[in-house]
Design a protein around this ligand. Structure first.
Ligand SMILES: Cc1cc2nc3c(=O)[nH]c(=O)nc-3n(C[C@H](O)[C@H](O)[C@H](O)COP(=O)(O)OP(=O)(O)OC[C@H]3O[C@@H](n4cnc5c(N)ncnc54)[C@H](O)[C@@H]3O)c2cc1C
Length: 269
């Protein structure tokens, strides 16, 4: 079990990890590869001290170079959900679980609007992970709403294990509604209803409300106080996911504050 588990490896998450490590805490970052982040595409950053004119890619590479060899573990993958356990929190990443005594959420801007029926049927036919839950739908009909770069290959995986897959890429439909009784029975895509037993919603990120239950939001952002404390004890948040302005310097500062708060929380026992 790590002292501090950080979800999201942008500037806020990296800053949080470095601070936690410097305070003598074991820390790990669970993150999508940084090449996929919006910042990686920024041509020139002129408002972050010390690296004037650097591209977003250069900034991220410099931050990650600092992590390598530091003892901070970087675990590549998408965190699917977090839940409280007796000593802290367990976070699922694909089929694995990682645990931490405190949690810092630094996932950047996420799409917080869920499709109608998505939250209601999560775990009862709605899944965010083909590899984890695919076998439950072998020889059954599923819909895949493909919103991430890996969606097509995940749909292919579902086909390979015997699922009958109805695939919805970005062009095929825009509006979705998940319907059913105790479990999912159909998906309405635009105006057509498809009879399915499961719906895989494959986004690049997971909406904060789906990531951890009890996390209060405000205006689509995670509600956190000035010290990064969220509505869930032991859970802190930093960076774009807590609100505007969306800026690197702010994200780095908030990552630092959230980590200091997490250390204080752990030290109090
Ligand atoms: C094109 C562009 C140009 C910009 N230019 C500037 C600029 O000049 N100056 C400036 O100050 N700011 C700029 N910004 C804004 C800046 O990039 C952000 O404010 C900053 O990156 C926020 O850092 P963050 O750590 O909060 O989030 P992010 O940098 O978004 O990092 C979050 C990371 O977490 C990952 N993640 C999300 N959910 C999960 C999950 N469930 N599991 C695992 N990983 C997950 C994401 O994929 C991402 O890699 C720019 C942004 C863009 C897109």
């Amino acid at each position: 079990m790590y002292d501090i588990l950080i979800i999201g490896g942008g500037p806020a998450g990296v800053s949080a990890a470095l601070t936690a490590h410097n305070r003598g805490k074991s820390a790990a970052i669970i993150t999508n590869p940084y090449e996929g982040s919006g910042l990686y595409k920024a041509k020139e950053i002129n408002n972050y001290p010390g690296l004037r004119g650097a591209s977003g890619a250069k900034l991220l590479e410099t931050m990650y170079a600092e992590l390598s060899g530091s003892g901070i573990e970087v675990i590549h993958g998408r965190a699917l959900s977090a839940m409280p356990i007796s000593e802290g929190f367990a976070v699922s990443v694909g089929q694995d679980y990682l645990s931490g005594k405190a949690l810092i959420i630094a996932v950047g801007i996420t799409q917080s609007a869920l499709f109608p029926g998505e939250a209601e049927y999560l775990g009862r036919g709605v899944s965010y992970c083909a590899t984890c839950d695919g076998m439950l739908y072998r020889n059954r009909s599923v819909a895949v709403i493909g919103l991430s770069d890996e969606s097509e290959s995940e749909a292919e995986f579902l086909r390979s294990i015997g699922c009958k897959v109805e695939y919805f890429g970005r062009e095929r439909a825009k509006r979705f509604k998940i319907c059913g009784g105790d479990t999912v029975q159909s998906l309405i895509a635009d105006d057509t209803e498809y009879s399915v037993d499961g719906v895989f919603v494959l986004r690049k990120t997971i909406a904060p409300s789906a990531l951890l239950s009890g996390l209060e939001l405000s205006d689509g952002h995670i509600l956190a106080n000035d010290m990064g404390q969220t509505s869930v004890e032991g859970v802190f948040a930093a960076g774009d996911c807590v609100g505007r302005p969306y800026q690197v310097a702010r994200a780095v500062g908030q990552g630092n504050t959230a980590a200091l708060s997490a250390c204080e929380y752990l030290d109090k026992g």
